[in-house]
Design a protein around this ligand. Structure first.
Ligand SMILES: Cc1ncc(COP(=O)(O)O)c(C=O)c1O
Ligand SMILES: [Zn+2]
Length: 428
């Protein structure tokens, strides 16, 4: 085995390791294995029985001992992590349903976790700028954290990126470049530009190994919030799938640390039927994912990743799903819309379509009897509803007819009439 240079993270030996072959090396601004070209991951020499795996801090830096940041590096933070694990009230169909409210992060999506870690590593490596390809949420996070870090941000976005996300990026001063094509086209260009200019590539597939380390903190939080145990199911909206893989990694690390006795959670990957390369491979019983060459046809733009040019990323996610005895499931546009409305009406939560897919998947799995009444289920609600006004408008249209009625000042009777009509409307 190659010589393993010790990393400098807070108390745990840390290194980069190839996901495919046995190559290992020092932490650095590196995005693929020098031997076989596969994606990398951060590996730790974990000490079983270690009890001081958390700090007194809140948020993702509570898990600093299990992150690759060096001891003397100040984190780039906007207060990400420590998101609520909310018990569902009206949505529950089977099992004990818990909602992990990732839209509570500073820029409105879970991406703040991976970007906070990757941006901190970019400073640690002395890099001068951060570039990303993004369906929107990563770009928003990169723009905000780069502003905080004092670095320029370059966001490459596909044509279909929702306007509110572009506005968020613009408001914090990012350079936004629209790429004519899909997310996969933006991905390729970000990779080339990062290499050419020596920038940090903060694209949230598997390309940047430090981003998964941020993602995995969601898993540690779930473990702690459940009273130091794993749920039976974790349902995750998936583009390429690093969030899903990283959450599973968290539970594996907890096992190595001797903190988790029972088995790990079963991971469910959810995609929109209009772009579902991972689900297609899962259902076909295939070992490898192939890119989605059909038309990308979904309003869930944040998870619409055809994986063109990097379908191995999909294969990496598929193998985690299988390893965890999990499932990959696709949901239709109608199911996404219905679950968006169910979540809003029964729990009071507004999420974007790319997050509502998790609700739709839960409802299907509960109906089909996969989830037993005694099981704990965690849904990752990954992005805020305010980020996609067009989807929000479509969903709200069914409900706006009465609210658009105007009344004269002082007309108490009209208020009562409208309320009565609206309640009648709701109950029919
Ligand atoms: C709201 C939302 N949910 C889920 C995902 C999918 O995450 P991953 O990149 O881990 O597949 C994304 C990715 O952009 C997202 O924006
Ligand atoms: Zn390799």
């Amino acid at each position: 085995m190659a010589h393993v240079a010790p990393g400098q993270s807070s108390g745990t030996t840390t290194r980069l390791a190839c996901h495919h072959c046995t190559w290992q090396g020092q932490l650095g601004n590196q995005y693929s294995c020098p031997i076989c070209g596969a994606s990398l991951e951060v590996a730790y020499s974990l000490i079983p029985g270690r009890t001081d795996w958390t700090t007194a801090e809140q948020g993702i830096w509570r898990y600093r001992y299990l992150l690759p940041i060096s001891q003397d590096q100040t984190p780039v933070t906007l207060g990400e992590g420590s998101t609520t694990l909310l018990e569902a009230r009206g949505l529950e169909r089977s099992g004990h349903l818990l909602l992990k409210n990732e839209f509570c992060n500073p820029t409105g999506s879970f991406k703040d976790r991976p970007v906070a870690v990757a941006m901190t590593m970019a400073l640690q490596f002395g890099l001068q700028a951060a570039i990303c390809a993004s369906t929107g949420n990563t770009g928003v996070a990169v723009a905000a954290y780069a502003a905080r870090a004092g670095l320029p941000a370059i966001c490459l976005v596909p044509d279909a990126t929702p306007m509110p996300k572009l506005l968020q990026m613009a408001a914090v001063g990012a350079v936004i470049i629209r790429v004519r094509g899909t997310y996969s086209d933006a991905y390729a260009l970000a990779q080339q530009a990062a290499e050419h200019y020596g920038w940090a590539n903060v694209t949230s597939t598997y390309i940047n190994p430090y981003m998964l380390e941020g993602d995995k903190t969601a898993g540690y939080e779930i473990f702690e919030q459940l009273g130091r145990r794993a749920p039976q199911w974790i349902i995750v909206p998936v583009g390429a799938g690093p969030l899903l893989a990283a959450i599973y990694k968290a539970f594996q690390e907890l096992k190595v640390l001797g903190l988790l006795e029972r088995t790990e959670p079963r991971m469910v990957a959810v995609q929109a039927a209009g772009c579902a390369p991972i689900v297609r491979a899962f259902e076909a019983g295939a070992d490898e994912v192939s890119a989605w060459d059909d038309e990308v046809a979904t309003a869930a733009s944040s998870i619409a990743d055809p994986l063109r040019g990097y379908s191995v990323d999909g294969t990496r996610t598929l193998s985690v799903v299988r390893q965890s005895k999990g499932l990959a499931i696709a949901v239709s546009e109608a199911e996404i819309q219905a679950s968006f409305a169910d979540l809003a009406h029964t729990e009071g939560l507004i999420v974007e379509s790319g997050a509502a897919v998790a609700v739709a998947a839960y409802q299907k799995l509960a109906e089909q009897g996969y989830i037993r009444p005694d099981e704990h289920v965690v849904l990752l609600l990954t992005g805020h509803g305010l980020k996609d006004i067009a989807a929000l408008q479509t969903a709200a249209e069914a409900n706006v007819s009465h609210t658009s009625e105007a009344v004269a000042p002082g007309d108490v009777k009209a208020v009562g009439d409208i309320v009565e009509k609206q309640q009648w409307h709701r109950s029919t």
